[in-house]
Design a protein around this ligand. Structure first.
Ligand code: SAH
Length: 344
């Protein structure tokens, strides 16, 4: 092992933080030995809090209608080829009912920024889910909203909110988003969510266009400081009807390396092995868990809309990715020495 790298890896384990320059060096010069060393420690750290348990969340993709135009995303508003849909209150509740029957104790309502989901409607949906399933958690992932809106959703009973920061570098953020979107506002939302008592999730894509090692180092610095309760990272995967269609997908190996580093920086974080990881590599989910991840989020959307929530090409929605095939997923997780549990 390269001496510097060895020292940096040990320093990371001891202090749970590095400078941005050190993170960049670690990423740039990682070799298989360092990767394995950090992976083993990440797994030990996850086991101290979570043992060998893997938590499951039922992902309900409520709408692919979006007012935003993020350059990487397949459901951006400029993509007129996307066939749009939105689930009614009834359909969302029915998906939750199905999920509860399957053993899910957390429902994640994710979607584009669709103005139809007013505070009133969301409050009603959240209240009904929490009333019917008091032993369950509701996670929202509906993009940026105002502080007052977040407050109302929280008061209605929402427990968690996922809002990936996407990149911690302002300049990089500008290259991934249209001019009307702002890095400052996204970060402000994240701070507000935390203040309002949401368990808050940040995160970023690995290998997004124009991303540099320094950008990733900034992402890690941000996580170190923000200490989110959840963190979603997955490889960027191009979508054929976006301006980024010709860019390469991110690396599974680097994503797994970063999962280990994030587990070390935020020992108790809820860290999913994401759909994007499973999409790029048939063993991606397993690799993610073996690198320190402890959450999987099978798809609980009604079958007829699954193919329409296409954030990137090839997005998995079948097999072990589908909530109704939980038995498959359980088996695969058991094969690698872990156990799916029905906990919120
Ligand atoms: N509108 C919500 C949900 C967005 S979809 C929000 O703004 O938070 C959830 C995540 O999918 C995004 O945060 C983004 O990081 C990821 N994503 C979008 N397009 C992607 C792509 N082409 N490849 C990989 N991940 C992508």
């Amino acid at each position: 092992m390269d001496n510097n790298i060895n020292e940096l890896a040990c320093k990371l384990l001891e202090t749970r933080k590095l400078t941005a320059e050190e993170y960049a060096y670690l990423i740039e010069h990682r070799d298989s030995e360092t990767t394995e060393f950090l992976r083993e420690h990440a797994v030990c750290i996850r086991k101290e809090t979570y043992g060998n348990e893997v938590l499951i969340r039922g992902l309900i993709e409520v709408s692919n209608i979006c007012k935003n135009d993020c350059l990487y995303c397949g459901i951006r508003k400029s993509n007129w080829r996307a066939e749009r849909y939105r689930l009614s209150e009834k359909e969302i509740l029915s998906a939750a009912e199905t999920g509860y029957g399957l053993g899910f104790k957390t429902f994640v309502l994710q979607g584009g920024e669709d103005a139809w989901y007013t505070d009133e409607r969301l409050e009603r949906i959240i209240r009904q889910i929490k009333k019917k399933y008091p032993d369950c958690a509701v996670t929202l992932s509906l993009g940026e909203r105002g502080r007052e809106s977040f407050q109302r959703l929280r008061a209605a009973g929402a427990d968690r909110y996922l809002l990936r920061h996407e990149t911690a570098d302002r300049e990089h953020y500008r290259k991934l988003h249209p001019p009307e979107m702002s890095f400052e506002h996204r970060m402000e939302c994240l701070r507000e969510l935390k203040e309002l008592g949401f368990q808050t999730g940040a995160g970023f894509m690995v290998g997004s266009p124009f991303q540099t090692t320094e950008n990733l180092a900034m992402d890690l610095k941000f996580l170190e400081e923000f200490q989110p309760e959840m963190c979603g990272i997955g490889p960027f995967i191009p979508h054929h009807d976006t301006p980024f269609s010709e860019y390469n997908a991110g690396s599974v190996e680097l994503t797994c390396f970063l999962l280990s580093v994030i587990r070390i920086i935020c020992p108790k974080v809820l860290l999913p092995a994401t759909t994007a990881l499973g999409t790029l590599d048939p063993e991606g989910r397993e690799k993610g868990i073996l690198s320190g991840a402890n959450v999987v989020m099978p798809n609980l959307s009604p079958a007829n809309v699954r193919s329409k929530y296409l954030l990137y090409d090839g997005k998995l929605a079948a097999g072990a990715e589908a909530a109704e095939n939980l038995a498959d997923l359980k088996q695969r997780i058991e094969k690698i020495g872990y156990k799916v549990v029905e906990k919120k």
